[in-house]
Write a protein that binds this ligand. Sequence first.
Ligand code: C5P
Ligand code: C5P
Ligand code: ZN
Length: 467
Amino acid sequence: MGDMSDYHSMKERADTCAAAIRRHDEVRVVSHLDADGLTAAAIMSRTLDRCGIEHDVRCVKQLDRMVLGEVADANVPTIFTDLGSGMLSEMPLDIEIVVADHHQIDRRHVDHQHLHHLNPHLFGIDGSTELSGAGCAYILAQSLGENYDLADLAIVGAVGDLQARKSGRLVGCNRAILEKGADHGVIGYKRDLSLFGKQTRQMFKLLQYSSDPYLPGLTGNEGASIMFLKNVGINSSGERWKRWIDLGVGERQKVVSSLVQYCISKRMSSYHIQRLVTEGYTLIREQEGIEMRDASEYATLLNATGRYGFADIGLAVCLGDRDKEFAKAKDLLAGHRKNLVDGLNFVKEQGITELTHIQYFDAGSSIKDTIVGIVAGMSLTNRRKRDMPMLAFADSDGGAKVSARGTQDLVRRGLNLADAIEACAAKVGGMGGGHNIAAGATIPDGTKDEFLELMDVMVGEQVTPAE
Ligand code: C5P
Ligand code: C5P
Ligand code: ZN
């Protein structure tokens, strides 16, 4: 059972936010451009439609002073989803603002007469693992009407933010939303093979492209992946390879047990072997065999739109387009997958530099600033040396983009990347924030070395030595 008391404490605050929204017949939604941000925006947009409140939606890379300036100029009541909590003290004062976010909260003094803030951290709920931006928007949506059917989008958002990774399943408020969604017949969940692409990809590609976990000898090797499956008795039937969903129960069990045996024979750590089977989430109302049927494939499809400047396409898919916009999203997905593979290869070739308490790579212009964080996360997951957070740099407008990723173990030992990155970025004239386990910033050109030194010291202070 999910934690319903947490859920109810947030619900009261959500009611206040909803009352503020209902006072207007026109609002604006500003959201983040990743999968969680897009699903959060879609939940809000559907809900506002149902309330008869006119609105436009804008998705941004991050909430900086430029975006806030535009919000102030527009002078329309604004709902921020999946961002905003780190910038409360800079919100325009003259308009009514609702922030539904799960990022760490701005600790600077806030004196705003018309600001309503919904965030799990306010209620002792962990925003990096127990509730996503989409989940927060979902809770707000329940205060604006009967919107239980939007639970599937909230789950896609949580999965997109990797909130199921810690325990191999969704926990806390996310679980309460999941169970409500299951009761209403919109989402299903069960333990299953964790590899990416179960709905849409030919079976051997699940192995060939597996990055979490990395499968030694199979990842990156098409021939070996095909041989592995042939040995298990899974063949292409004629021209066509089966997908995971085409396999029978016996075949599936055989693939899983053979993979586990294989990984043991390759002396993979039990941590990585355990990651082969995790809870998976199915969007029951979606057709079988398309990306949107599986929460993880859906989230990646959305990342392939928003992170490349095509948030409107991702949003259209979330709002139900299964035609032209979906086709465009699939084209973008092919490019996104290629960019991730190229990014990982770049890191492999260039190498990772280790300082005392952090490790990093600088992608320059080789990896796009909006996906360098994903590559950083994957590089850390694949690496043996996982006891130091991974930082990554990429060229960006107005400076260098920094992305940082940690592990649950490091968080348990005190790591808080949002605190560290916010403080260190500020010291070199930049701005950042995020979560304990994942954070980002933009810093001025020429400050990278100083920033790295500061981060190395601060992370060293945060993290207690392993027992
Ligand atoms: O801005 P937002 O909250 O949507 O992004 C959260 C980020 O945290 C995602 O990029 C996600 O990949 C990352 N994350 C992670 N490891 C976790 C949890 C979240 O890298 N265990
Ligand atoms: O961009 P990246 O994926 O590395 O972001 C990781 C986390 O840090 C996300 O939750 C993102 O919203 C947050 N972030 C932020 N401020 C920035 C950049 C990223 O709060 N300037
Ligand atoms: Zn989020």
